[in-house]
Write a protein that binds this ligand. Sequence first.
Ligand SMILES: NC(=O)c1ccc[n+]([C@@H]2O[C@H](COP(=O)([O-])OP(=O)(O)OC[C@H]3O[C@@H](n4cnc5c(N)ncnc54)[C@H](OP(=O)(O)O)[C@@H]3O)[C@@H](O)[C@H]2O)c1
Length: 171
Amino acid sequence: MASTVTAERAWRGVFLGARNPALGEAAAAQLRAADGDVRFLELDVARADTLRAACAVIGAAGGRLDVLVNNAGIADPADGPPGKADIAAVRRVMEINFFGPLAVTQAMLALLRRSASGRIVNVSSGLGSLTFNSDPDFVFATTTVQPAASPARKVPIPGRPRVRRGCRAGF
Ligand SMILES: NC(=O)c1ccc[n+]([C@@H]2O[C@H](COP(=O)([O-])OP(=O)(O)OC[C@H]3O[C@@H](n4cnc5c(N)ncnc54)[C@H](OP(=O)(O)O)[C@@H]3O)[C@@H](O)[C@H]2O)c1
């Protein structure tokens, strides 16, 4: 999480958000030792109370946020392909990786709007790319090009049902 504040006597620097205060403070101290103007902020993306408190701290430090970096994310080994993913694991991952950034962004929106050039950076992966997912040759696609066939010919991977990833609802 980055905050640049320009009002007179306001602090100008970077807030490092982390759910574990000991680890977060240690990371911020390490960056300060390397000349970074970094302050630790307790922030658990799944806990609304920490989001409210974080907003209050940023507001008190100068009142605006120029860049919000949503980086927190988890992977759960019980998650996996739709045919065998553990539903509870999918819920855990969605809670942090989807609802987390949504909740943080909503909480920080007022501070971001006070910036003349507010930015939100969502750290994601290729699996979240609409471009990649629209490409049948993408490594996680359910169809692939058969090397010996004409380049335009896409064939299903045996044993995998075809899934249409994007479709227009018609309105
Ligand atoms: N590494 C890859 O190959 C890869 C690939 C594609 C996308 N990404 C994305 O890149 C981002 C960073 O991943 P990484 O590989 O650097 O993973 P990482 O080292 O595990 O970092 C993820 C961080 O998220 C924090 N976090 C987890 N739950 C949180 C919560 N409820 N509230 C606040 N913070 C929480 C973790 O904090 P704790 O230290 O407290 O656990 C950890 O510091 C993620 O969004 C991930 O989806 C990574």
